[in-house]
Design a binder for this molecule. Structure first.
Ligand code: XUL
Length: 511
């Protein structure tokens, strides 16, 4: 029996999934919620908030404690049968390790905890994460040095973005130059966790490497000019880059003797949560596109050809399959809908009824309750066009229509041409929202059956590495079949939305 372990270190929790590959079954699932289970770190949903709201960090020791805890939870599983382990993590966040890290790691004793033994191994006490937006100045400096937005996008796959790693490293170098000099190694959250599991400095995989503004997205090598523009001696502090599916070690004896895991279990590099979810959702071929309707909305897929967003709003990552993964992140997603519902004091049931009782509208509601990533909007504030604020049902319809129109407009650069959409995330169980999704995109929609697509993606990546004779599709299909019913576009509504798209664009561009 071949068991494979996938872990996911997200912003709010550490999750684990074990799959029995031969029986095509998920045999174990667990999650450690950081705020609830580890309250001593005083995080809000896994994050440390600063008096400056733009600064958002997380404590790396919390992730280590959670790793010990999740292995304790796996007691019921025969860990001797684990053949390989992979993982994923929130993208972009960085961990700064001092010269003692590697020695401490190699000497770990199973008698003590990871936290106790690694506490002194950091040159920065906390890790800036993807929610940190405090590095606009550093983004400007690096972008200018690379030759502007277009050049940066061509070189690294994305414009300089505050949450990406390069500007965060530059800020650390500028503000804490001594601590930067004492940094022996810089890891991403993903490669940090993989290092702990394997007892050696783990490579950064191409998928998460493409979220740093430091990797040459075509050559899959560190980009010399990007490194030079970010901070001195950076190349010496970064690990190597690697394919996601290339085994780089075996599990640290710490985990074998403490938790009984197979000492020969192979360890793969971890990737970012988004590239991993591409695998966990089963989106390894062109034509099927993923739309995640969670707190924020994301639109992504697999791309064989290289296309970047000339506007610099979207991102291009390398996918674990070696193809590309274009991604747009719309910050004002389900949370914006919730804020609108709160304003009108209606619950989800009434919101669904409002969508069902109205026809495709002509009003536009730009949902910028917060700043927006795509399109870049720095000044929050919702905006209505041809919409009576007192008409509750029309406003409910307009926010979803506008979100979907925005997605269609701004995802054109990806050239994905979907024939099927898989919907996932918190509100993907609300069929009236999915109907508008199908109508606006003029494409059938199916709901994904996978609740923890990131951890499952990691387990499947580990399984694929042990079955190189099988295609990605053969490996993932039994675990990722979507749920019926298929929601088909209504031709009349789709025609209406094709015309409304132009108006939507004009509204967005109007000052
Ligand atoms: C993607 C991004 C987020 C994090 C969330 O660019 O910043 O989706 O990966 O964990």
């Amino acid at each position: 029996m071949g068991l494979f372990l996938g872990l996911d270190c997200s912003t709010q929790s550490l999750s684990a999934i074990v799959i029995d590959f031969d029986r095509k079954k998920v045999v174990f699932e667990a999650s450690i919620n950081f705020e609830k289970t580890l309250p001593q770190y005083k995080t809000i949903a896994g994050t440390l908030r600063h008096s400056d709201p733009l600064i958002v960090h997380s404590p790396q020791l919390m992730w280590l404690e959670a790793l010990d805890l999740i292995f304790q939870e796996m007691k019921g599983i025969d860990l001797k049968k684990i053949q390989a382990i992979s993982g994923s993590a929130q993208q972009h966040g960085s961990v700064y390790l001092n010269g003692s890290f590697l020695e401490r790691l190699q000497k770990l004793s199973p008698q003590k905890s990871l936290k106790e033994q690694l506490e002194g191994a950091f040159s920065r006490s906390t890790s800036p994460i993807w929610m940190d937006a405090s590095t606009s100045e550093e983004c400007r400096e690096i972008r200018e040095s690379l030759g502007g937005v277009k050049k940066a996008v061509e070189m690294t796959g994305s414009d300089l973005i505050e949450r990406f790693t390069a500007s965060q490293i530059r800020k650390f170098y500028k503000q804490e130059s001594k601590a930067y000099a004492q940094t022996a190694s810089i890891a991403l959250v993903s490669s940090f966790m993989a290092s702990i599991l394997a007892g050696q400095i783990a490579p950064i995989d191409y998928g998460d490497g493409s979220g740093m503004n430091l990797m040459d997205i075509r050559k899959k090598e560190w980009h010399p000019l990007a490194l030079k523009s970010t901070a001195p001696d950076l190349e010496k502090k970064l690990p190597s880059l690697s394919e996601t599916s290339k085994v780089f070690g075996t599990v640290h004896p710490y985990f074998a003797s403490k938790y009984g895991i197979n000492p020969d279990a192979l360890v793969l590099p971890w990737t970012g949560d988004n590239p991993s979810s591409l695998i966990g959702l089963g989106l390894v071929e062109e034509g099927i596109v993923g739309i995640s309707v969670g707190t924020s909305f994301t639109h992504f897929g697999t791309l064989k050809q290289f296309h970047v967003d000339p506007a610099g709003e979207g991102n291009l990552f390398v996918s674990p399959t070696g193809d590309y993964m274009p991604l747009n992140c719309f910050l004002n997603g389900a949370l914006a809908i919730q804020k609108l519902r709160n304003q009108y004091k209606i619950d989800w049931e009434d919101f669904d009824k409002a969508l069902l009782s109205t026809k495709p509208g002509k009003g536009i509601l730009l949902p910028y309750f917060d700043q927006e990533i795509v399109p870049k909007v720095l000044k929050p504030g919702i905006r209505r066009f041809d919409l009576d604020p007192n008409d509750v049902a029309a406003n409910c319809r307009a926010i979803v229509e506008s979100q979907m129109l925005s997605m269609r407009l701004h995802s054109a650069w990806m050239k994905l041409h979907p024939t099927l959409i898989y919907a996932t995330g918190g509100v993907s169980n609300r069929i009236p929202i999915l109907q508008i999704m199908a109508d606006v995109h003029n494409c059938p929609v199916l709901r994904s059956s996978v609740p923890k697509s990131t951890a499952l993606g990691a387990a499947l990546t580990a399984a694929r590495a042990s079955h190189p004779d099988k295609s990605w599709k053969e490996v993932i299909s039994p675990f990722t079949a979507p749920l019926p019913p298929q929601i088909n576009p209504n031709p009349h509504s789709s025609k209406h939305y094709a015309l409304l798209l132009k108006k939507y664009e004009e509204c967005e561009n109007s000052k």
